[in-house]
Ligand binder design. Structure first.
Ligand SMILES: Nc1nc2c(ncn2[C@@H]2O[C@H](COP(=O)(O)OP(=O)(O)OP(=O)(O)O)[C@@H](O)[C@H]2O)c(=O)[nH]1
Ligand SMILES: [Mg+2]
Length: 443
């Protein structure tokens, strides 16, 4: 074995332990910076349904039987959803004892927040049943009290059951009583069928059909024969998630974006930023001309990036540990001698012992784009499933994908790009990402 190769060989177990450290480091940072959302609103408005829709079905109340207060169900931040949620049990706005306890709770959090931003409440979702179109003076009092210290979004839920006139009317009353409400957003927490429409004829011409086999609903225009499938989608949740993220302090935003399962674009943006940062860091590492000594540093950067991408798309440590380290070793990212050589265009340079900047950047980008595409696919396939279901899906996917040849294709794509400055990376990532998504889907 050549002198260089000895330094280069990083065994699978070593990779696994670096990966575990990186994953835990990311977890700690995300959990330490988890935001808190408080849900308020009358019984049956849809608070719990909304939590399930936005944060997935894995949340369960912390320690059944020992709620933090009797008024709230508390869901503590955890790896699969780094967010703290207070889901209030429905109350009547004229329940003065509840209001007293609520105001005390708000005041405590406001006080604690002056020393530590994480102790605040970072968004209040005040859920209203839009179909009942009721907003009382009691609601106005509570809403204004919240606005003294915290951001407030009024969520008009069950918009599938309400008319636009009803919602316009209730929105008018809210804006009059709570002039500095941050947002009023119309949603349907339970997926509803998006309305069907023929491009030329009126709705009266439509016939709805249900296919027995898969229970899919479709529509057909009686006059011109145009047809389509009815999509069952939640409504307004992407907008709610976007507005909430924007009003959050930046330091808490990553955790929120990871926790939510409704706004894929936000996750993608976060993933691209992470890949851009890792690549830029690798680029700098690549400048130091120390033979091979940089390989472990580079591996650390790449595994840190892989961990962070896993968190973004809701992939748990138990899912990535057994696979990533092995895969990385297999396709040479782990710099294990022989397999490494297959992927390096200028073998001479590496055999001579220098990891140069362009090599570092191309490898890091390729690894980042590969894992992003895989994790994203798993997330899209099992967005509403449990973390365990995602693990199973990831394992299945990795069995069917030919990672070595996919990685070679990604490297070829990335290798063609000319980077003249670091800013280029961030700009190019969305299109590179889309291309890699295509490579994965075609494989
Ligand atoms: N049609 C429709 N039904 C909904 C929607 N959101 C919630 N629901 C239904 O409304 C009912 C009440 O929803 P929950 O989420 O339990 O309401 P909650 O605000 O948590 O109620 P409490 O816990 O009693 O305060 C359930 O039957 C939901 O399925 C929606 O957007 N559209
Ligand atoms: Mg509830």
């Amino acid at each position: 074995m050549g002198k260089g190769e000895q330094v280069l060989v990083l065994k699978e177990e070593r990779l696994a332990s670096i990966l575990e450290d990186e994953y835990d480091k990311t977890s700690r940072a995300l959990l330490a910076n988890s935001p808190t959302i408080l849900l308020l609103g009358a019984t049956g408005a849809g608070k719990s349904s909304l939590i399930n829709a936005v944060f997935g079905c894995e949340k369960a109340p912390v320690g059944a039987g020992k709620p933090v207060t009797n008024d709230f169900e508390f869901y503590e931040a955890k790896d699969e959803a780094p967010i703290n949620l207070y889901d209030s049990k429905g109350h009547e706005t004229n329940d003065t004892t509840f209001n007293g306890r609520l105001y005390e709770f708000l005041d405590d959090r406001a006080k604690a927040m002056t020393n530590d931003i994480t102790k605040g409440i970072h968004s209040v979702w005040y859920v209203v049943n839009a179909a009942q179109a009721r907003w009382s003076p009691g609601d106005t009092d509570i809403a204004n009290r919240i606005r003294r210290n915290f951001p407030l979004i009024v969520v008009l839920n069950k918009c599938d059951l309400a008319t636009n006139e009803q919602m316009d009317a209730v929105e008018k009353v809210i804006r009059a009583g709570v002039p500095n409400v941050n947002e009023i957003i119309r949603i349907s927490a339970i997926p509803v069928y998006a309305p069907a429409s023929c491009s030329t004829h009126s709705d009266d011409d439509l016939i709805l059909m249900i296919t027995k086999k898969d229970q899919k609903k479709s529509w057909k225009c009686n006059t011109c024969g145009e047809s389509g499938v009815l999509e069952c989608v939640p409504q307004g949740l992407t907008a709610l998630v976007k507005a909430t993220a924007l009003q959050m302090p930046e330091i808490l935003r990553s955790s929120f974006i990871n926790a939510q399962a409704q706004n894929l674009k936000q996750k993608d943006t976060q993933a691209f930023i992470r890949i851009a940062i890792a690549s830029a860091t690798a680029y700098v590492v690549g400048w130091s001309p120390i033979p091979f000594a940089d390989a472990p540093v580079l591996v650390g950067i790449q595994l840190g990036m892989a961990s962070s991408l896993a968190h973004t798309y809701g992939i748990l440590k138990s899912a990535i540990l057994p696979v990533i380290a092995g895969q990385m070793a297999a396709f040479g990212v782990g710099y294990s001698g022989a397999s490494l050589l297959k992927f390096i265009p200028a073998v001479g340079t590496i055999a001579g012992g220098i990891i140069d900047s362009s090599f570092a950047i191309v490898m890091t980008l390729a690894v980042g784009l590969l894992y992003r595409a895989i994790f994203r696919k798993v997330f899209m396939d099992v967005a509403k499933g449990t973390a365990e279901e995602r693990t199973t899906r990831l394992m299945e996917l990795l069995k069917t994908l030919d990672i070595v040849s996919i990685f070679a294709k990604i490297r070829a794509v990335v290798g063609k790009v000319k980077f003249s400055n670091k800013g280029d990376i961030a700009q190019l990532l969305p299109s590179l990402g889309a291309e890699v998504d295509r490579i994965i889907s075609e494989n």
